[in-house]
Design a protein around this ligand. Structure first.
Ligand code: NAD
Ligand code: UD2
Length: 307
């Protein structure tokens, strides 16, 4: 049985990726500093190393005897990165550099990175993998630099690296208890506790919401087979989204339909670092046989039912 390291595996996307990897036959090890992740998200028999990806000793221990690495560990909040730029760089960029060097030394074959469509900033129109990048936050810039490090490891060392740019991911186990939590988690929590849903801005900002189940499936698919980019080289970029852009006001309407009762909404000033419009296609990923299987209304119903 081949061993896979999932960093950030005790987190939201990570824990679903652990489950999908085990179903696919991988022996899974997790490296997570439990800063936002929770060991209760993991099956009891999963090997968990509590440690920091930016710590070379922890990274070396974590990659030992692994065939592949799925690198999800990060500081994920845009507003938090605006407040803590240096910490964001350390975890998201330096942490990636330390981990991938440990992976190279351990002869890891495949290295997959969770990046973000936030790298495009607020450029107009639908994005694809060739769109120009314009990071507007330390979070987005740190992820773009991590991407470039993976492309360097493909060119300079021949490592099979793959880069995913996720759009907005939602689903079970996304935390709602932080001011930095994702909007769908925050709003489901509000709905279930009869509190108002807070909208930062006019609610016309748009996002492409993709189920965590579909993202986990993409993560596992990229661990084997030919995932070289359009130019035939490793280090290719693949967008992971549904390809449908929804405004927050539309999202609230859909959530209200899923809840079956009126939701109170409260508008507040827009957040610093926020991108306004996010729209993209996942054609390149679909060409490899992936497709989203959970539509937003179904996903919201699942969330509210189990909240
Ligand atoms: P999350 O906070 O649940 O997961 C991050 C995990 O990394 C947590 O378990 C946390 O404890 C761990 N971690 C943080 N810093 C660490 C460090 N220094 N060393 C070891 N572990 C550390 O968030 P998530 O939404 O599951 O995000 C997973 C990945 O997906 C991140 O790389 C994020 O940037 C990326 N991503 C998420 C979204 C989204 O919409 N959720 C969108 C685009 C990209
Ligand atoms: C999410 C990810 C981030 C990044 C990006 C990719 C989280 C926490 N962050 O950032 O990792 O990769 O997606 O596109 O998942 N909002 C409200 N009310 C709330 C909360 C948020 O109006 O209670 C707004 C917020 O101002 C923003 C939008 O909802 O306009 C989405 O915010 P988010 O924090 O869910 O996600 P985003 O896009 O900042």
């Amino acid at each position: 049985m081949q061993r896979l390291l999932i960093t950030g595996g005790a987190g939201f996307i990570g824990s679903h990726s652990v489950e999908a990897a085990r179903r696919a036959g991988w022996q899974v090890r997790v490296l997570d500093d439990l800063s936002t992740g929770d060991p209760r998200n993991l099956p009891a028999d999963v090997e968990l190393i509590a440690g920091d990806v930016a710590d070379a000793a922890a990274a070396a221990q974590a990659v030992a005897d692994c065939t592949a690495v799925l690198h999800l560990a990060a500081l994920v909040s845009v507003p938090q990165s605006m407040a803590e730029p240096a910490a964001t760089l350390r975890t998201n960029t330096t942490g990636t550099a330390v981990l991938i060097e440990a992976a190279r030394q351990a002869n890891v074959r495949r290295f997959v990175l969770a990046s973000t469509c936030a790298v495009y900033g607020d450029l107009p129109g639908r994005k694809d993998e060739a769109s120009p990048v314009q990071p507007l936050s330390p979070y987005a810039a740190s992820k773009l630099m991590a991407e470039q490090w993976l492309q360097l490891y493909a060119r300079a060392y021949g490592m099979e690296t793959v880069i995913f740019r996720y759009f907005n991911v939602y689903g079970p186990r996304q935390r709602a208890d932080s001011p930095y939590s994702g909007v769908i988690a925050k709003w489901c929590d509000a709905v279930q506790s009869s509190a108002p849903c807070i909208i930062f801005g006019d609610g016309e900002q748009t996002r492409d919401f993709v189920s965590v189940h579909d993202v986990a499936a993409a993560n596992i698919a990229a661990l084997a087979g030919d995932w070289r980019g359009e130019d035939g080289a490793w280090g290719g970029v693949f967008q992971v989204g549904v390809g449908v852009s929804v405004s927050l006001n539309q999202l609230l309407d859909t959530l209200q339909q899923a809840a079956g009762y009126p939701i109170t909404r409260e508008y507040r000033p827009a957040r610093a670092g926020d991108i306004v419009h996010s729209a993209g296609s996942s054609d390149r990923l679909r060409q490899r046989g992936w497709q989203p299987r959970v539509d937003l209304e179904t996903g919201l119903r699942e969330l509210l039912r189990d909240w």
